[in-house]
Design a protein around this ligand. Structure first.
Ligand SMILES: [Fe+2]
Ligand SMILES: [Fe+2]
Length: 274
């Protein structure tokens, strides 16, 4: 069967190729000056956001491959395999961007060796890798649904989206960190295609196996609980107002908003093209 060049994954693949960007081309000279002008608590807060993104981008780079392999074994899925190969490349570009920012903007040894997260119940050290690597043993549509809900809907579609909003509230408002903002905007555009692919993929699974709709809903609910629990870490540390004057309540507000959007995008149809 010839490759359907107008299929959704191939259209997104073409779009992504046209929007490729180079993290090395972004100028960080103003970011270095802006960093030194922040007070200590602002530096600590901003660093925790950057580190959160760096470890998240590493995790999504490490753990997408089992889904590609699953589709390869099913046969007849080359359009989706092609899209996922591009997504893995783009996640690698995002890792390069955050590695470069931490290594070149932060003074001294501060950003030179950001460790991997640890801990039970951590999204990037446990929940995401477990959901993706489960596909190495179990390639069933149920396992695929659990993997894509965790990866595309929750990590990319909620956690990262909440993360951009938090960044923008800190650094857009003050018009600082021009390089970081430029990279974040490029990443957000890439991620909107990844989320669109995840929406297409979940809808494709449900159309082939209607019983998976209930699994989609229950996985979204389970991970909503996980996300709101981990959201509480920042208010526990900083109180009701974060550095940069950001209200702690935005975490839950954005989390609720993006969970609702993601659920509706999959269940109410209407593909959101990035
Ligand atoms: Fe990414
Ligand atoms: Fe992504």
């Amino acid at each position: 069967m010839p490759l359907d060049l107008e299929s959704f994954p191939i259209r997104e693949f073409r779009k992504g190729r046209g929007m490729a960007w180079d993290p090395q081309a972004i100028d960080f000279s103003q970011d270095r000056k802006d960093w030194l002008a922040l007070n200590e608590v602002e530096q600590k807060f901003l660093l925790s956001q950057v580190v959160g993104f760096l470890v998240g981008e590493r995790a999504v780079t490490h753990d997408l491959a089992p889904l590609q392999q699953t589709l390869r074994m099913e046969r007849g899925r080359i359009a989706e395999e092609m899209y996922i190969s591009q997504q893995t490349y783009e996640e690698s570009v995002h890792v390069e961007f955050f590695e470069r920012w931490t290594q070149e903007v932060l003074p001294g040894t501060l950003g030179k060796d950001i460790p991997y997260p640890e801990g039970e119940g951590n999204m990037f050290s446990e929940i995401l890798p477990d959901a993706m690597q489960a596909l190495n043993e179990d390639r069933s549509p149920e396992a695929q649904m659990r993997a894509t809900v965790t990866y595309h809907q929750v990590v990319e579609g909620v956690l990262a989206e909440v993360g951009y909003r938090l960044f923008y509230l800190c650094i857009d408002e003050r018009k600082i960190m021009a390089g970081l903002r430029e990279g974040l905007r490029n990443i957000q555009v890439d991620e909107s295609r990844h989320i669109a692919f995840g929406t297409y993929f979940a809808q494709r699974l449900i159309s082939e196996h209607p019983a998976l709709e209930a699994l989609f809903v229950s996985e979204m609910e389970r991970l909503y609980e996980v996300t709101t629990r981990s959201n509480q870490q920042l208010p526990d540390r900083y109180g009701a107002t974060f550095p940069f004057g950001v209200a702690a309540s935005v975490m839950d507000k954005f989390t609720n908003q993006f969970f609702k959007q993601r659920r509706e995008a999959v269940l109410k149809g209407g593909l959101i093209e990035a």
